[in-house]
Design a protein around this ligand. Structure first.
Ligand SMILES: NC(=O)C1=CN([C@@H]2O[C@H](COP(=O)(O)OP(=O)(O)OC[C@H]3O[C@@H](n4cnc5c(N)ncnc54)[C@H](OP(=O)(O)O)[C@@H]3O)[C@@H](O)[C@H]2O)C=CC1
Ligand SMILES: CCCCCCCCCCCCCCCC(=O)[C@@H](N)CO
Length: 302
């Protein structure tokens, strides 16, 4: 049986590693992103990992955040070539950080359209066929910053929180059709997108983020693909990832009795640990503010 996986943002970083991971397991791949050179480059890289000579990597150049009918059309065309999508991974996204008052209003609009609407459109385009076939996996790539809000991420965090609401509601709708939704919450991950983000990241954001160490995209991708295949609603990585997911489970669907029991038992402990983290984040913010005030005074008197 041939399995077809479609990965938005599949030309770079985490998305590319997810595509490689699926390809290694024998899937046919559709990569969706804007830049055609990067798409072709990624296609070549992915094809090195083939396990049989029938496997295909198809590239689609489209902006997932702009025009729904265009997204729907290209996905339809891809499905005509490679068959219906079994797994959709919504990984196209971007991050911009800065203090609330320093971020352009257009940045809020941009992040919401790429990170949120850019996940709605492809999902909306594949869901009807998935429901008809009674098969499917839809993966959303949120972020640890979609589990807690932190300094500098007023625009980014909200776009990543939005994904969670979408995923919870959608999962309740499609579960009877044997379709499983996964939301991934990666920590900082060493990708071209992360390097770009770091160019304008406020000091506070960097110091707070450094609480959790930077992951390799291959490792994040492996975990996401594994959780998606197993039909886990939650996908996280590392001990902080585990604690954050358990602590912020809210009314998220539960995948196993063990998972539910672990959440019940660990809640109080993890909240206690979280209070210490929150205290340390506040003191980072205060320290940075005092440092800036000091250097301003020094500049004036110099
Ligand atoms: N790296 C990190 O630290 C973390 C990342 N994440 C999330 O993981 C996802 C991937 O991140 P990462 O691998 O770092 O990012 P990269 O910048 O390395 O890759 C982003 C991918 O998305 C594509 N893309 C971006 N905007 C659009 C668009 N409007 N339409 C279609 N494709 C688009 C890019 O291609 P092109 O530009 O050609 O369109 C590229 O393929 C993002 O959603 C990010 O928020 C979550 C937690 C941590
Ligand atoms: C029990 C409680 C445990 C608490 C642990 C708290 C850790 C907070 C660190 C948050 C880091 C945010 C990473 C965002 C990554 C991202 O999305 C961008 N890099 C995208 O490019």
């Amino acid at each position: 049986m041939r399995v077809s996986a479609e990965v938005t943002g599949g030309s770079s970083g985490i998305g590319k590693c997810i595509a490689i991971e699926c390809y290694k397991q024998g899937a046919f791949i559709t990569l969706v992103a804007r830049n055609e050179d990067k798409l072709l480059q990624a296609k070549k890289e992915i094809e090195k990992h083939s396990i049989n000579d029938k496997q295909v990597v198809l590239c689609i150049s489209v902006d997932v955040s702009q025009d729904y009918s265009q997204v729907e059309n290209v996905i339809k065309q891809a499905q005509e070539k490679l068959g219906p999508v079994d797994m959709l991974v919504n990984c196209a996204g971007m991050s911009l950080s800065g203090k609330f008052e320093d971020l352009e209003v257009s940045t809020f609009e941009r992040l919401m359209s790429v990170n949120y609407l850019g996940s709605v459109y492809p999902s909306r385009a594949v869901i009807t066929t998935m429901k008809e076939r009674r098969v499917g996996r839809i993966v959303f790539v949120s972020s640890q910053a979609g589990q807690l809000g932190l300094f500098g991420f007023t625009a980014y965090s909200s776009s990543k929180f939005a994904i969670r609401g979408l995923a919870e509601a959608l999962q309740m709708e499609v579960k009877p059709y044997n379709i499983y939704v996964t939301v991934a919450y990666p920590p900082d991950t060493d990708t071209p997108g992360f390097a770009e983000e770091n160019k304008t990241k406020p000091l506070e954001t960097r110091l707070i983020s450094e609480t959790v160490s930077v992951c390799k995209p291959e490792q994040v991708a492996k975990q996401i693909v594994k959780d998606a295949i197993q039909g886990n609603f939650n996908s996280s990585i590392g001990s902080d990832g585990y604690m954050l997911s358990s602590l912020t489970c809210g009314m998220a669907p539960v995948t196993s009795i063990t998972e539910g029991l672990q959440q019940v038992v660990t809640m109080g402990l993890f909240r206690t640990i979280a209070l210490f983290y929150l205290g340390s984040f506040d003191s980072i913010v205060r320290r940075c503010m005092m440092q800036r005030a000091k250097s301003e005074i020094a500049d004036k008197t110099a």
